[in-house]
Design a protein around this ligand. Structure first.
Ligand code: NAD
Length: 468
């Protein structure tokens, strides 16, 4: 195509605008890629793969080591843009970038053992299993952890020899650019990690291409279903990291002050917009009233405001439409008989703020009981005892993370054998760790990030048999 034609086509393409959720000012705008541009980027990615896969593991690890250093050096600047783009409290943005540097260091350290050949028994001679890269991995990620979401899948894949195209959420395209530039600055060859800017309906063309060897998606279950169907039609393997409605169970043996502190942190961290946030609080009746009093008090005291201020614990939600959706979920639950113990409203000020909220008197059928609430709204549910609490927790269509507070000896067996989720915290709340598998079951998706499991998702696990 002639240059002038390309320019003409670009100028016809709609431009995406991202808005600072704190002051509602424009942060960033970026044109979408045309379908032709997407295919060009795929071609470049595949070309890069053919060179990248033949580098030694040591050569592939070098830029990742340097990238970890760039992340550490520039974390304050990167964090400031994260705050402007999606509104999380500044210190949490810094911690996210520190976690990303740790993921890189872990990947560099562990890749030799995770990717080394494994001998296997074979009666006619000898055999081994080898982990080989496959090609271009297409990735679609959400805005809630702009750095972490990109790094956690990309780094293990890149070290292992795959290349990737990342379609990041449009709210955080500036942060995505920072990741891409930092990787190039660290010496990653052009084409190994590329950003794409599709209008969501255009991305379909990529699933059809032979060079795409896997699709990894993090986001809502409804989008996940569509993407898995499209990818599945073309026989592409998918990893789906979807939503959750994590239950935090408080038993009669719990240290209530500790439980309240962890539950508040788990509900409001990242402005309530974490897949593994504590969302439902299922409390046994013996300690229900005491927990409720302390929890409501603590939620009502959460400091809301400018996410750049040190004292702010809760910033705005990322987008106006998501603020309105949360408000609808709360209103519908109240209309159906739920009771509001604190908060419950959109805040009457600039920015996409929702009050820290606690609801009770919840029942199946209400959004606050059945659905994921992506914001600072806690659903308080009374259970008869631990068995009843587990039953209520497991009745959710989600199965991502969860927590239990109480006597460790009593809880571990229940956590292992009865709780139907991918991850469980006992007597605390914590974020992702590079060495611990991350992922869910049921409508929370399938596949795992982190640890050796994250390394192997998009590898060709190849069997070699050598006959006598
Ligand atoms: P979303 O599904 O609306 O969007 C996720 C990404 O998919 C965005 O980049 C979006 O632009 C893109 N997208 C949307 N429709 C698409 C389509 N048809 N084709 C291709 N791309 C498309 O989700 P969201 O609101 O951005 O993210 C919040 C959700 O993500 C919550 O449910 C949260 O729990 C979940 N999440 C899960 C994890 C996890 O690890 N399990 C981590 C973070 C967030």
């Amino acid at each position: 195509m002639q240059n002038s034609q390309v320019e003409q086509e670009q100028s016809n393409i709609e431009c995406y605008k991202s808005i600072n959720p704190y002051n509602e000012e424009l942060v960033n705008e970026h044109p979408y890629d045309s379908e032709e541009k997407l295919l060009e980027k795929l071609k470049a990615s595949h070309k890069a793969f053919n060179v990248w896969k033949s580098k030694s593991l040591k050569e592939r690890s070098e830029p990742i080591k340097k990238f970890a250093n760039v992340l550490s050096e520039k974390k304050e600047d990167f964090a400031k843009l994260v705050v402007r783009e999606m509104g999380k409290p500044y210190q949490q943005a810094v911690e996210e970038i520190e976690l990303c540097a740790q993921i890189c260091e872990y990947a560099v350290k562990k890749a030799p053992s995770f990717l080394s050949d494994e001998e296997a028994e074979f009666e006619n001679g000898k055999a081994f299993i080898t982990y080989q890269p496959q090609g271009v991995i297409l990735s679609i990620q959400p805005w809630n952890f702009p750095f972490y979401q990109a790094i956690r899948y990309a780094i293990p894949n890149i070290i292992a020899g795959n290349t990737t195209l990342l379609s990041h959420a449009s709210s955080v395209w500036g942060s995505a650019k920072n990741i891409e530039s930092a990787l190039l600055e660290a010496g990653l060859p052009e084409g190994v990690f590329q950003l794409i800017y599709p209008q969501s309906e255009d991305i379909g063309v990529l699933y059809e291409q032979r060079e795409v060897r896997g699709v990894t998606f993090t986001g809502s279950p409804s989008t996940g279903k569509k993407i898995a169907q499209e990818a599945g039609k073309n026989l592409k393997k998918t990893v789906l990291e979807l939503g959750g409605s994590d239950a935090y169970i408080v038993t009669e043996n719990a240290d209530l002050d500790k439980a309240v502190a962890s539950c508040v942190e788990g509900r409001i961290g990242n402005n309530g917009q974490t897949c593994t946030a504590a969302k439902r609080f299922i409390v046994v009746e013996k300690v229900y009233e005491e927990f409720k009093k302390k929890f409501v008090q603590a939620m009502s005291e959460v400091q809301t405001g400018d996410p750049m201020e040190k004292t702010t614990k809760l910033g705005p939600l990322v987008r106006k439409d998501l603020l309105e959706k949360l408000n609808e979920q709360v209103e519908e639950s109240l209309d159906m008989g739920a009771k509001c113990l604190t908060g419950g409203n959109i805040m009457k000020k600039k920015g996409f703020f929702f009050e820290p909220t606690v609801l009770e008197n919840l029942a199946p059928g209400m959004p606050a009981y059945d659905e994921e609430l992506f914001g600072p709204v806690a659903s308080l549910i009374k259970a008869k005892d631990l068995d009843d609490a587990i039953q209520i927790a497991n009745s959710s269509r989600f199965g991502l993370g969860c927590g239990i507070f109480g006597n460790e000896n009593e809880i571990v067996k229940v956590a292992k054998e009865q709780y139907d989720t991918g991850m469980i915290d006992i007597n605390g709340y914590s974020s992702a760790k590079p060495n611990l598998p991350f992922g869910g079951v049921k409508d929370s998706g399938y596949g795992r990030e982190h640890a050796r499991f994250g390394f192997h998702e998009f590898m060709n696990i190849k069997t070699i048999k050598i006959h006598n």
